[in-house]
Design a protein around this ligand. Sequence first.
Ligand SMILES: O=C(O)CCC(=O)C(=O)O
Length: 284
Amino acid sequence: MLGFARVRDRCYVYEPGFVDDEASAEILGWLATLRPLWEMRYSTHRPPPSGKEQRKLLRPVYWLGNWQFACLGYYEPPRRARDVAVTAEPFPAVLARLVAIVERRVRTEFPPSTVPRRWHLNTCLVNFYGDRLEGGREVDAARVGEHRDFEPGPVASISLGERARFQFVRRGARDAPPVRTQWLEDRSLQVFGGPLWKDDLLHRVQRVDDKRGLDLPPAIEGFRTRRVNFTFRYVPDEHVVPFAKLPAAARDDVRDYVATLAQHSRFFASALASEAAVRTAAPR
Ligand SMILES: O=C(O)CCC(=O)C(=O)O
């Protein structure tokens, strides 16, 4: 693994080949054990907010560290930090090793003003990019619209599989030329932070190549994955809540998801049992 040799900007890093053969094989082996979730955008326990339509998210996801269930509204205005990030499984050893390298380098190479005091990458969104299989047809779902990541401090992202065209764009200027386009290649690392990349600009995944006929693990019903992206972020630890400690309405919103995860995850089986014990102890 190389150092941050290609730094052009103290708040932005792109490093091809960051993940070596051994780590890549280890990550793919671990991915095969996962059962990603295909969440609904809004709670299924009440009508969606006015003017919004209930829908499935564009792609299946998995979260590590904490799970920011879409229906709990982490990304919704007004921005909320409490009761929206639910304790999830820890990083597997291979990702923990890579994250430790990234954290050390960010701490030494990014301007200190852009790295919050307690910053550490305790959250990972695993995004599966590919095609939905619908009635014998493949429907490309490999993109993400303009957004910003609200978590404080730099975010780091590792990509596996087909390369993705990643762009930074000005707010409200969706059709203007992007401020930066970066192809994120197999095994690459991208890190960005600071006011420009993180706050002023939005980012998007415009498209993902489909040149290698990849079908990455795990097998997901109705989906073929050709790229997996791991985005590591910092959620202040005090904002991460065990499932059993969420308010009752939020527990109702995510219980089915936790139960689905619990079928294949000891961590979530234990979280589910703890929450059932809370309900038994304090029936509503
Ligand atoms: O897939 C990527 O490279 C970026 C994903 C992303 O923008 C996000 O998770 O917020």
